[in-house]
Design a binder for this molecule. Structure first.
Ligand SMILES: NC(=O)C1=CN([C@@H]2O[C@H](COP(=O)(O)OP(=O)(O)OC[C@H]3O[C@@H](n4cnc5c(N)ncnc54)[C@H](OP(=O)(O)O)[C@@H]3O)[C@@H](O)[C@H]2O)C=CC1
Ligand SMILES: O=C(O)[C@@H]1CCC=N1
Length: 284
């Protein structure tokens, strides 16, 4: 179904690039059928064109009417003006995928012609290497065929899960923002390893391998993180000492709070938008 489709990314930032990279690597779609545009940074468009062989176009030259799929990939604060500028060029049955944190399908549906097919998507930047954990929630008018098309496209960038839209905020807190928590942890592991004089050439590889190994144990053994943690922890051993320090410094609570606050922020973005506080610089 995907092979002959055309897809346009409106927004050419980190998330658009991560998705483009994963889609191009999957070879499910000809790179020239992937169009990318932004508002002003022409240099960025050329960079993406050179790296991925996709078609970079200035906003005014993008013929949205000829696209099968349109991906909204700008910041949430820019969505309202973007929808306003494209709504008269949309075709019925054309699929709009929105990767914007906190922006509901209802909001998008209100700002495009009635009956438009919309799907809210939450990928993460591991899309870059086809390893995203992506959630989707379809809008009111989206056909089964377009849902299947979206799943086929998003499987090019990793695993796809269909969830109720009211769970999108918490999913964003866990999987959309999630890579950043692990990078933060890894940053701290790296700093401590460097302070202890480990060979800096290999520290990063060691840490990455440790994280990959732990994640794959969960994927491949089907065992809970709790059991796996217990298996590492010898009584009165090194891990017990490390975990006691982690707990003593509120490690568990910090993780819970990070997820909660990210989910709260996702909800807040949509509430602010619905109250038309957009443009005040509050929404980031
Ligand atoms: N980064 C991540 O890990 C994830 C991000 N997301 C979502 O993806 C979206 C983009 O995030 P990210 O890529 O990090 O952001 P960036 O700031 O890196 O990119 C935003 C892009 O949007 C462009 N843009 C803004 N307004 C318009 C417009 N009206 N028309 C066309 N292009 C426009 C900007 O270019 P210019 O200024 O030149 O117009 C820029 O290329 C956000 O909504 C975010 O919630 C979702 C999941 C994960
Ligand atoms: O930080 C953000 O708002 C976006 C959404 C999920 C990851 N990055």
């Amino acid at each position: 179904m995907l092979e002959r489709k055309t897809i346009a990314f409106i927004g050419a930032g980190s998330m658009a690039e991560a998705m483009v990279s994963g889609i191009v690597a999957s070879e499910k779609l000809a790179p020239k059928n992937i169009f990318v545009t932004n508002r002003s940074n022409h240099h960025r468009l050329l960079e993406l064109q050179n790296i991925y062989g996709i078609t970079a176009v200035k906003r005014e030259h993008l013929n949205l009417n000829s696209m099968d799929i349109i991906v909204l990939a700008m910041k949430p604060k820019d969505v309202e003006t973007t929808l306003h500028s494209i709504k008269n060029t949309l075709k019925p049955h054309q699929l709009i995928l929105s990767v914007l944190a906190g922006i509901s399908t209802t909001f998008i549906e209100k700002n495009v012609p009635f009956g438009q097919h919309v799907i809210r998507v939450m990928p993460n930047t591991s899309s870059m290497i086809g390893e995203s954990a992506t959630a989707i929630s379809a809008g009111k008018h989206t056909s089964k065929q377009n849902i299947s098309l979206a799943i086929e496209l998003l499987q090019c960038i990793g695993e796809v899960y269909t969830i109720p839209e009211e769970k999108m905020d918490i999913f964003t807190g866990i999987a959309g923002s999630g890579p950043a928590y692990f990078y933060y942890l890894m940053e701290h592991m790296e700093k401590e390893a460097q302070r202890s004089g480990l060979n800096s050439q290999i520290i990063r590889k060691i840490i990455a391998q440790t994280v990959v190994g732990a994640a794959r144990m969960i994927q491949e053994q089907g065992t809970s993180p709790e059991i796996l943690r217990e298996n590492v922890t010898s009584p009165n051993g090194t891990t017990a000492a490390g975990l006691a320090a982690l707990k003593g410094h509120g490690g568990g609570k910090a993780i819970t709070e990070a997820i909660k606050q990210a989910a709260i922020r996702s909800k807040e973005i949509s509430l602010q938008l619905e109250k038309s506080e957009i443009g005040t610089g509050v929404i980031g």
